[in-house]
Design a protein around this ligand. Structure first.
Ligand SMILES: C[S@@+](CC[C@H](N)C(=O)[O-])C[C@H]1O[C@@H](n2cnc3c(N)ncnc32)[C@H](O)[C@@H]1O
Ligand SMILES: CC(C)=CCC/C(C)=C/COP(=O)(O)OP(=O)(O)O
Ligand SMILES: [Mg+2]
Length: 294
């Protein structure tokens, strides 16, 4: 594997794999530079840093009076609670996981879901991200929590991981599959998963019933430099790679309250309207798919 030496601001150096394509280089740079308050301030609530969206009903009693000085703080805590609830639902679908099991988080971001998985199951979690900044951040958090022997992130292409064939009891993509070819992705999950293991994704996908990707879906693609797939593509690519869906849940109604609340906050990024409109017009869906590796 080709590597590139990176010299960081404090003079330390590290070898990271050279990107597999110019596109992956762009995505690595995108996440290396990302520092949006909507992600950092939510993560600061309890130290779980997510780069995914939320599900569930808004607790209006907890939010309280918009007129008082502490409202914004409570709003941030509420958005964060909904994002962590999303990760809990993903973990609910991993099946029975033991302390000795290894899980793979494909596109692990700053590692919030990995920490939650370890805290729930006591297992080992191996994460991969294209971003050295994200991997460092996730490993720093694991160290601060004293769980670095069980939670580890590395800079690595999720389509070509160093994990052994059949090594993982379960694996997932949490809002990270729109950056890769789905056939290549599911071939790698299928290789790394033990037979009988479980794969889970939560993703945004365009709805074939709408016809083609709507202008809102195109706007989301441009905003994040990603390539949202259709629901049909997910199911077809899984079927071609020995991943048999056990559960498919349309989380669209469950994620709308998160977006409607986020649109009222001071942390808006400008993409809220595209998510809200595409979920409402049926062109875009927020889906959980849990599949058995057979
Ligand atoms: C929207 S973030 C999701 C992060 C995380 N799953 C979460 O829920 O917080 C997308 C992640 O996918 C990663 N990613 C995109 N393409 C990748 C690839 N080819 N290999 C590894 N990671 C990739 C990015 O580096 C980033 O960490
Ligand atoms: C559902 C879809 C299509 C997701 C695209 C991938 C993505 C960028 C997710 C959220 O990341 P983030 O938490 O960094 O984004 P934001 O800054 O908007 O909260
Ligand atoms: Mg976010």
């Amino acid at each position: 594997m080709t590597t590139t030496q990176l010299i960081s601001a404090n003079g330390t150096s590290a070898f990271v794999p050279a990107p597999a394509s110019p596109y992956q280089g762009d995505i690595a740079r995108y996440w290396d530079q990302e520092a949006r308050p909507v992600n950092l301030r939510l993560g600061d609530v309890d130290g779980l840093y997510h780069h995914h969206y939320g599900i569930g009903d808004v607790d209006h009693a907890a939010l309280g009076d918009p007129g008082d000085g502490q409202y914004e703080k409570r709003l941030i805590a509420e958005l964060h609670r909904l994002e962590s609830a999303q990760a809990e639902v993903l973990l609910d679908h991993l099946g029975s996981i033991g302390r000795d099991d290894t899980l793979m988080d494909a596109g692990c971001g700053r590692g919030g879901s990995m920490v939650m998985a370890h805290q729930r199951f006591g297992c080992t979690v191996q994460g991969v991200t294209l971003s050295a900044k994200q991997a460092d951040f996730a490993n720093q958090r694991a160290q601060e929590l004293g769980i670095e022997s069980h939670v580890h992130a590395r800079v690595c292409n999720m389509l070509d991981t160093p994990f052994e064939t059949g090594q993982a009891a379960a694996s997932w993509n949490n809002e990270s599959s729109m950056y890769v070819d789905l056939h290549d992705l599911f071939a790698e999950h299928s290789r790394v998963l033990a037979v009988g293991g479980r794969y889970v994704t939560i993703t945004g996908c365009w709805n074939p019933r709408y016809g083609q990707p709507s202008k809102w879906v195109s706007q989301i693609n441009a905003h994040f430099e990603c390539n949202i797939h259709s629901r049909r593509e997910y199911l077809r690519a899984m079927a071609d790679n020995r991943l048999v869906p056990q559960t498919v849940i349309d989380l669209t109604p469950a994620t709308l309250p998160y977006w409607e609340l986020r649109a009222t906050s001071s942390l808006v990024t400008g993409i809220e309207e595209a998510f809200i409109n595409s979920y409402r017009d049926g062109s875009f869906q927020y889906l959980l798919i849990a599949a058995d590796r057979v």
